[in-house]
Structure formats: C-alpha cells, structure tokens
Design a binder for this molecule. Structure first.
Ligand SMILES: *Cc1c(COP(=O)(O)O)cnc(C)c1O
Length: 376
C-alpha cells in the first residue's frame, strides 16, 4: 500500500467497501512500460479501470486507448481524448455502435469472424482492421482463450477479402491471457503472427501492425517478473521472427497499469465457526464476488491481504462475501492465514485491486450498492 493510500484511509476513514486508487502508481506503471517497450504504442485497456481520473491521467501521459464498447468510447470522447488515439478492440460489436464510433472518427477495428468483418465494412467503410488470433491462454491466471480469435488460415482468408469490401487489412492482434506469468508465451503468438504476415505477403498484402495485447501482471500473492523481463522476451522473439523489419507495435495493458494502483478496504462483518473445535474460521466481509471481486472465481486471482492486526499470530480462514448466495465465497481451497485477534468491525485490505474490481461490482445484488472509488 502506498503512503498516499494509507494516509487517505487513516484520515478520511471512508465507508467500506471502497477502492482507493493512487494515480501516481498509474503514472509509474505507464512510464515503466513505455521505457521497457519504447517501440510500442500503449493502448490502455479501458475496461480494467475506466475511472475518469485514471483515463485523464493516462491521456496527459500520451497514452492511447483500447475500447470495447460504444460507452467506453463516449466516455473517452467526453474527456477530450481524440478518436485518433482510440481503437475499437472488441471482436463483438453491434453494427450501429460501429457506425457511431466511425462517425466519431475512430478508424481502427478488431474482428475475428466474417460476420464481424462484414459489419465493419458496412458501418465503417475504409477503416483499418486487425484480426485477432486464437491463443490458448497457457500460463495465464485469467485466460482469455476460446472466446476470442480465429486460426491463422481463417485470418488469412478474411484479410484477403478486405480490399474487395473496402477495408484496409492493417494488422494482427492476440492476447496471451490476462495475468500472464510466463513472458515466454509471446513466443508462440509472434510465431503465428509471422506465419500470417508471410502468407499474406505472398499474395500482395503487406500488414502494417502487430497488436501484442495485454497480459502484463499485477502483484498478487505470487511474485511476478518485472516489465523489463516481459519487454526483453517480447522484443527478442519479435526480432528473431521479423528481423529488423518490425511492423508498428501496439500493446494493450489493463491490469499491468491499473492493478497495483488500487487498494480495496473492507470491513469484517462476522467471524464464525461451523463447530466447537473447528480450527478454520469463516470471515465474512462487506465485499464479495458480487461487490467487486469477481476475479476470485475459481480462486483464480489471489490478492495479497493485509489487516489492522498484522503481526499477531495467525490461523487459517475461509473468506466470504456478504450476499445470500452460495457462490459468494472468495477463498476456501487456497488457505489464507489471518490474525487470530481479528474482530468484527476490523478493516482488511486487498492490495493490487485497481483492475477489474470496482466496475465489475453488481448494481445492487441483495441491495448492496456498488463500492465507491476514490482516485487520489
Ligand atoms: C481485457 C483486454 C486487454 C487487457 O488485458 P490485461 O491482461 O488486463 O492487460 C487487452 N486487450 C484486449 C482486447 C482485452 O480484451
């Protein structure tokens, strides 16, 4: 937790649950990635944390923005982010939304299917398009496999059609999976990308861009390599495959920018056991799966947790949310150890919770309002 966040929590004593984002960490993460990958344009993945102050900070730093809905686009436009600094990166878009994005000036679109390509050709004539390749998400704690992308053969055939339907075949994208803990995973992706570039060059189509996706990690319970390690792995596989003729490069970090910048503070609502001699305490919090921690599904993302009684002897706990739904258990198989001295009313914090939390909270399941977010 940064001193700024610690101070804010101590002095303001905001109602819990809440997310506090330190904008200076957003800056540090952005600058660190920019330094590590100077050849790549950074398109921040807005969905990770679309808070206005976060977007404003990134706009001032010169970031571009990867958007996934017309609503994200309109939010960026509202903040005076020029359309030329945005891509419409979702592969699943309604045609009228593409038309609205096009009218706003956006001319870079993702697709991974013929039907989507046809929508873009009708609603955004002349636009630049990039095809997303299918990845398997190996090594990622939050894989984005199966749902997105297509194989190289199909990508080639769709790219070939582009000129005849009035689109510019611009590039290739992939996502190696979110919270990708293995920098080596870009290797397979870049190799597939080269196959596609080569196949298209043979038929006279020169792609211009590789979109290397997101996947850069936040610091949860496991240590992760730093930006430089990722950058070295990515650049070495790129130069091995493409030599010095590197296309334009784009990265789309979400978690890697916003994750470490935020802390969720929650309150303990209840501590109980299921029998007299049960060594495991159930600790119920005022935040759960529906309140902003959906990435605890299958215990995929394991946040670092601190409490006001750290340093005291600890014991195993099962952590659960406050709603009356059986799935609202955060961690049961992976055992967290928390101080035995914890009491009802104590505060605990989830560290590195700046991405995929506040905006993923339900609007009011069980009547619980979405948590407040403070950007400081
Ligand atoms: C969500 C998403 C990202 C961001 O992924 P992170 O792992 O959070 O960096 C990037 N690109 C696309 C297309 C996405 O859908």
């Amino acid at each position: 937790m940064t001193p700024k966040i610690a101070c804010f929590l101590a002095e303001r004593k905001p109602e819990t649950p809440c997310l506090v984002v330190d904008l200076d960490v957003i800056t540090e993460n952005f600058e660190s990635l920019r330094q590590a990958l100077p050849l790549a344009d950074i398109y921040y993945a807005v969905k990770a944390n679309p808070a206005r102050p976060v977007l404003e900070r990134l706009r001032r730093l010169g970031s571009c923005f990867d958007t996934a809905s017309i609503y994200e686009i309109e939010r960026c436009l509202d903040l005076d982010i020029p359309a030329s600094r945005m891509s419409f990166g979702s592969t699943i878009k309604k045609e009228p939304d593409i038309a609205r994005a096009y009218a706003a000036g956006i001319d870079l679109y993702a697709f991974d299917s013929s039907a989507e390509l046809e929508k873009i050709s009708r609603a955004a004539p002349g636009a630049r398009v990039f095809c997303r390749l299918l990845m398997d998400g190996v090594g990622a704690d939050w894989p984005l496999s199966r749902k997105f992308g297509c194989d190289v053969d199909m990508a080639r055939d769709m790219m070939l059609r582009c000129p005849s339907i009035g689109l510019q075949p611009w590039g290739v994208s992939f996502h190696v999976g979110s919270q990708q803990t293995d920098p080596g995973q870009w290797e397979t992706a870049v190799s597939k990308t080269l196959t596609l570039f080569t196949a298209l060059r043979e038929v006279g189509i020169d792609l211009k861009m590789i979109n290397l996706g997101g996947g850069f990690p936040a610091r949860y319970s496991m240590e992760v390599p730093d930006d430089r390690t990722y950058a070295d792995a990515i650049m070495s596989t790129l130069t091995r495959h493409f030599g010095n003729a590197l296309p334009q490069l784009i990265v789309e970090p979400g978690r890697g920018i916003a994750g470490d910048a935020g802390v969720i503070q929650a309150e303990i609502v209840l501590i109980s056991c299921k029998s007299h001699n049960d060594p495991v305490r159930w600790v119920f919090l005022d935040v759960g799966k529906f309140g902003g921690l959906p990435e605890t599904a299958d215990e995929a993302i394991k946040y670092r947790i601190t409490s006001c009684r750290d340093g005291d002897p600890t014991g195993p706990v099962i952590l659960a949310g406050p709603t009356c739904d059986e799935v609202d258990v955060l961690y049961e198989n992976y055992k967290y150890y928390l101080p035995l001295s914890l009491k009802v009313g104590d505060k605990i914090e989830f560290l590195s919770a700046g991405a995929y939390t506040s905006t993923c909270a339900s609007v009011g399941f069980n009547g619980f309002p979405p948590m407040k977010e403070y950007c400081i």
